[in-house]
Design a protein around this ligand. Structure first.
Ligand SMILES: Nc1nc2c(c(=O)[nH]1)N[C@H]1C(S)=C(S)[C@@H](COP(=O)(O)O)O[C@H]1N2
Ligand SMILES: [Mo]
Length: 310
């Protein structure tokens, strides 16, 4: 379970100091450490149980209140405002088919539950920083995107991984807005997609992922602005050339491909220096790569080039 990289300040157990940890983490950690190789288990989505011993955590911010995180959302398929949780309940998340396409040894289509039966789920507490300057800290559960990439067996010619959200304007009224380039599409380089922080999420707060947060499976790439963390994914396509993503199609000068968090590179319409944690009154300073620079900066050849931060 512990991962191979050395020295991570956010790694448990010593540094989990938020009050919520008493409820969410520390008890589980103590139980997990005291016996049976991390046996603090809670029942969870898909198959089996998730050890509630986060491999990654956040030690300088409190967990965001569950109710807030699950009801203040961006999910344009259900409306271009934050109160989409109710509308998103219309999405049917079972059965759910996932396609693996493009430059792979063999294209495949499978049911999400078949996939979940094969992967080990784990919990990770990550920061999330929306490009709009609000943020949260949430305990995701899921498995590394690298695991899916490995199972997909991409060809050497694959340079990017493109992900797409479902397309169904009957259930998702936002998709009737014809001026948006549906379906929502995001992409990462293969190096980013196989970075150990890139995480496929199937649960949050120890429960199955609510529709509002992108059930049944969404991405979490915590060093990038939130719009990269695509929700309700139905397809993973390996390609050679960089695709245009949903937000790039709409406004590439505002929402670029790289979108790495950087307080020093303002959005064309607002500063990125500070952020509003959901539920907090004070704004706090935004960190480069959202606090994950030590682990991801090497992915970008020239950190002075602002292109990586748009
Ligand atoms: N399919 C899809 N994925 C999406 C979005 C969206 O509108 N549609 N919004 C993105 C944005 S801008 C953010 S900040 C996060 C919000 O995740 P949350 O609602 O779970 O906080 O989802 C991202 N993923
Ligand atoms: Mo966002």
């Amino acid at each position: 379970m512990p991962s191979p990289l050395p020295s991570r300040p956010w790694q448990l157990p010593e540094r989990l100091v938020t009050p919520e940890a008493l409820v969410f983490g520390r008890r589980a950690v103590l139980t997990g450490l005291s016996a049976l190789g991390g046996a603090a288990l809670v029942p969870r989505t898909g198959t089996g149980a998730v050890p509630r011993v986060p491999i990654w955590t956040v030690d300088d911010r409190k967990l965001t209140d569950e109710k807030l995180a699950t009801t203040y959302n961006n999910f344009y398929e259900f409306g271009s405002h934050k109160q989409i949780a109710k509308a998103a309940e219309a999405l049917k998340t079972r059965p759910w088919t996932i396609r693996i396409e493009g430059l792979v040894e063999r294209e495949q289509t499978f049911d999400i539950d078949d996939l979940l039966a094969k992967v080990a789920l784990e919990e990770r507490i990550y920061r999330h920083r929306c490009v709009e300057a609000w943020s949260m800290v949430v305990p995701w559960s899921g498995f590394p995107l690298a695991e899916l990439v490995a199972r997909a067996r991409p060809l050497g010619s694959a340079k990017y991984l493109v992900m797409q959200t479902f397309l169904d304007a009957r259930t998702a009224p936002g998709q009737r807005a014809f001026w948006y380039p549906w379906p929502y599409t995001e992409a990462l380089t293969i190096a980013e997609a196989t970075h150990e922080l890139a995480f496929l999420v199937t649960g949050v707060y120890g429960k199955p992922l609510p529709n509002s947060m992108g059930a049944p499976i969404r991405l979490a790439v915590p060093w990038k602005y939130g719009f990269k963390s695509i929700k309700s994914i139905v397809a993973f396509r390996f390609v050679e050339n960089r695709p245009k993503t949903f937000w790039e199609e709409i406004a590439d000068h505002e929402y670029g491909f790289w979108a790495n968090v950087n307080p020093d590179v303002p959005h064309p319409r607002w500063s990125q220096r500070m952020e509003q944690l959901l539920g907090e009154s004070e704004k706090i300073p935004t960190k480069i790569f959202n606090g994950y620079g030590e682990w991801v900066a090497h992915l970008y050849p020239d950190l002075r080039d602002p292109v990586y931060f748009r």
